[in-house]
Ligand binder design. Structure first.
Ligand SMILES: Cc1cc2nc3c(=O)[nH]c(=O)nc-3n(C[C@H](O)[C@H](O)[C@H](O)COP(=O)(O)OP(=O)(O)OC[C@H]3O[C@@H](n4cnc5c(N)ncnc54)[C@H](O)[C@@H]3O)c2cc1C
Length: 248
């Protein structure tokens, strides 16, 4: 058999990078610790997000008159109605989290990007998506966008049952939720992962706190998954502001 047909197809797309001035349309709690903002405006007209693993840069006040940037996933985009939703995993501190909590309809919002998209395709027989609350927007979007007949298992860590979400999809989806108090502890996710089969042609996607993502990546590689069937990212780093490791 042609071995190339056994390799996932990773396509990198570049997009024109520009800043967009938008306004807040609505703010609502999806679950107690997940806040969803809907942003809209004419500057979204040519917005493109080709992959659930995309991110936009969100420009928010730094508290001293300047601005800082943080990365967020385009959770859902409606080009017809010209809106974009972003889900914020609420945590104790941080300018983006503070800004999101205070955002009210009519307030301005500024985003940049996505600069590019990594589209994963080819002979993927099944997906295993693993992550914490910060990865849940991407994981939920990917599950929603999978076609009928696709097989996907998600393993997501949240603090308790109230933060679990129902994800609508035409794919064959097995959701696994784990609960833990310390988001920098990989144990709960690693234990759940041990019980999940990883047959050939399973694409494994991981995003969480960087140390957690690294531990999970190592566990997946130790089970013999070829590196080209795996993407892992640290979406944040415990104890460090504005930190991520996009490609572990
Ligand atoms: C590609 C990509 C996509 C992302 N998509 C999303 C998304 O859709 N939704 C989302 O909520 N996040 C997402 N993140 C993570 C988000 O960018 C970080 O959590 C970011 O640090 C939050 O900014 P902040 O201003 O609130 O906190 P910061 O100022 O960056 O950090 C302040 C402190 O809070 C800690 N911290 C940061 N995040 C968390 C957390 N989640 N839980 C506990 N402590 C934390 C830091 O370690 C630091 O000590 C994404 C990250 C990447 C790289």
């Amino acid at each position: 058999m042609d071995q190339s047909s056994k390799t996932p197809l990773l396509t990198r797309l570049r997009h024109e990078t520009r800043r967009r001035e938008l306004s807040i349309i609505s703010s609502r709690r999806v679950t107690p610790n997940m806040l969803r903002l809907r942003l809209g405006g004419p500057e979204l007209a040519d917005f493109v997000s080709a992959s659930p693993a995309d991110h936009v840069k969100l420009f928010v006040p730094d508290g001293t008159g300047g601005k800082v940037m943080r990365d967020y996933t385009p959770r859902r985009h409606d080009p017809e109605e010209s809106w974009l939703e972003i889900d914020f995993a609420l945590h104790d501190a941080g300018p983006a989290t503070l800004w999101a909590l205070q955002a009210r309809p009519g307030d301005r919002a500024e985003i940049g990007g996505p600069r590019g998209s990594l589209v994963i395709g080819g002979p993927v027989a099944s997906w295993v998506l693993i992550g914490d609350e910060t990865a849940l927007p991407s994981i939920a979007r990917r599950i929603e966008e999978l076609p009928p007949g696709a097989t996907v298992t998600s393993i997501v860590a949240v603090s308790d049952i109230a933060d679990q979400q129902v994800v609508e999809t035409k794919a064959d989806h097995e959701p696994i939720w784990v609960h833990r108090k310390d988001p920098a502890d990989a144990t709960a996710l690693a234990t759940a992962l041990e019980a999940v089969a990883l047959p050939p042609q399973t694409f494994v996607w991981i995003a969480a706190e960087a140390g957690v993502a690294r531990a999970l990546r190592d566990a997946v590689l130790a089970r013999g998954v070829p590196p080209e069937w795996l993407r892992a990212a640290g979406y944040w780093v415990v104890g460090e502001a504005d930190a991520s490791v996009k490609d572990l």
